[in-house]
Write a protein that binds this ligand. Sequence first.
Ligand SMILES: [Zn+2]
Length: 111
Amino acid sequence: MDFRLGDVIDDYCVKCRRLTNHSIVSLIDGAAAKVRCRTCYSDHDYRNEQAPPTKKELAKQKELYNAVLAGVIPGGIPDVVAVPDVVDSAVPVPEVAAEVPAAALDKKKKK
Ligand SMILES: [Zn+2]
């Protein structure tokens, strides 16, 4: 189903901090590109109803990521520290990665 300008769809509004009704204000190939929150009237890119990670979450992920890279966590990478996909796109790879000792890299590569 193609969207039309002005159609109302759900999306996550950062200002309202929740899913709200949005009007489509821009379309690309029949998909919503930009939307306007009908609660606070702010425009933003359509987020596919996904809440962006908070800065706190990003900082926490980065901390864990660095800890793993630095070999701070003994015994390899526990499942609980598995870096979520979102880190790849949202957090630049820390420069510390270049300083990881070869031994740590070998351990990480082993599958
Ligand atoms: Zn809003």
